[in-house]
Design a protein around this ligand. Sequence first.
Ligand SMILES: Cc1cc2nc3c(=O)[nH]c(=O)nc-3n(C[C@H](O)[C@H](O)[C@H](O)COP(=O)(O)OP(=O)(O)OC[C@H]3O[C@@H](n4cnc5c(N)ncnc54)[C@H](O)[C@@H]3O)c2cc1C
Length: 395
Amino acid sequence: MPLDIAIVGAGPAGLTLARSLRGSGLEIALIDPQPREALAEPAFDGREIALTHPSRRLLEAAGIWARLDAEAIAPLREARIVDGRGTTPLTIGSGGRAPLGFLVANQAIRRAAFDAAIDGDGVRLFAGCRVVALDTSRQDRTVLQLSDGRTLAARLVVAADGRYSTTRRLLGIGARQRDFGKTMLVCRMTHERPHESIALEWFDHGQTVALLPLAGRCSSLVLTLPPLQIERLIALDDAAFGAEITQRLRGRLGAMRPAGSRHAYPLVASFADRFAGPRCALVGDAAVGMHPVTAHGFNFGLLGQARLAAAIRAGAASPGGDVADPVRLARYAREHRRETEPLYRATQLIVSLYTDERAPARWLRGAVLGAAARLPPLRRAIAARLTGRVDPLPG
Ligand SMILES: Cc1cc2nc3c(=O)[nH]c(=O)nc-3n(C[C@H](O)[C@H](O)[C@H](O)COP(=O)(O)OP(=O)(O)OC[C@H]3O[C@@H](n4cnc5c(N)ncnc54)[C@H](O)[C@@H]3O)c2cc1C
């Protein structure tokens, strides 16, 4: 008998989906090349994930939020976007006492999501192995060949293996990809002056810097530069690195020192051609791999898994009892595309405009930022979206 669902990839999106299907009575396999210990106790990867209020609600519904330590959650009061010319900053605040959003380390999310996903029956973990081939020739199931020689059959295969998804390829689904030719360095830094829970996004000439406020006088530095410059910065000792970052930030928060390991991420965005097909669906970065500048990758991943879980449950409960009901999968794909594509495209535009060092682009971005800063309805609309006053998930 085939399993109901094979989720390929036990990252935050795949794990949350497995948890969202808890209590459905479905048999689920979770497959990931990392060993079980690494999934249960993930290493720090430098990423601090900015979460919106709707995402918090989805994490609460999945029993993941309650598993996060309270001190691992940093509130975000305000976000300020500035450019290299010192144009009026675009300031986005919640306008109330509630924070604009929350910052949580990806490591903490992964740990809590793993705990939640494997807590309960119905989920079997296949750790330390990857999917090497898929046989999609049968109508009622897909057969997965694992790297350790085992085979599995499932009524539905979900690709949740990240933006470079091998499963997407094995399913014959293409993706638009864009390599920005830059690398992002992420690292925690302590600093002299308080950050006042304000996030800074600074599109400076020749560099893009984000500072995300964490607990105490500590922020996550996100610095985007050409790859060779990032390699040089990673090789510096702590003192030289701290001095250079202080100088790059022009002393905004006083002297800065690294407070942990440095991590580099090549900037590549991807958008799958299809989010679902016969007996398959894509979720998380395998569907939409956002550029991190708009901090929406996992927020979209959470929305997508919630929609997909609802489609699977509805299919299983229908008279045909099919978890891969094509009509429901197609609706998931359509709605998730409609939700994500505008911001995906807008992010590409923002990044192109703000990393172009030619004079017209420099002028234009100052003008755009200045105009946006003088448009309170725009600022309110962004804040409403982040705080959940506009909830992207109806019902
Ligand atoms: C620097 C940085 C900052 C970010 N900041 C934010 C933010 O502020 N807000 C936000 O919403 N998002 C942010 N993101 C995006 C967020 O981290 C991702 O959207 C999220 O991690 C995607 O989760 P995922 O489970 O889809 O994929 P991944 O996290 O990539 O996990 C994929 C999983 O699949 C496994 N896998 C890989 N290959 C295979 C295979 N062949 N077979 C089986 N398993 C496989 C991997 O081991 C991994 O466990 C940021 C990203 C970066 C790089």
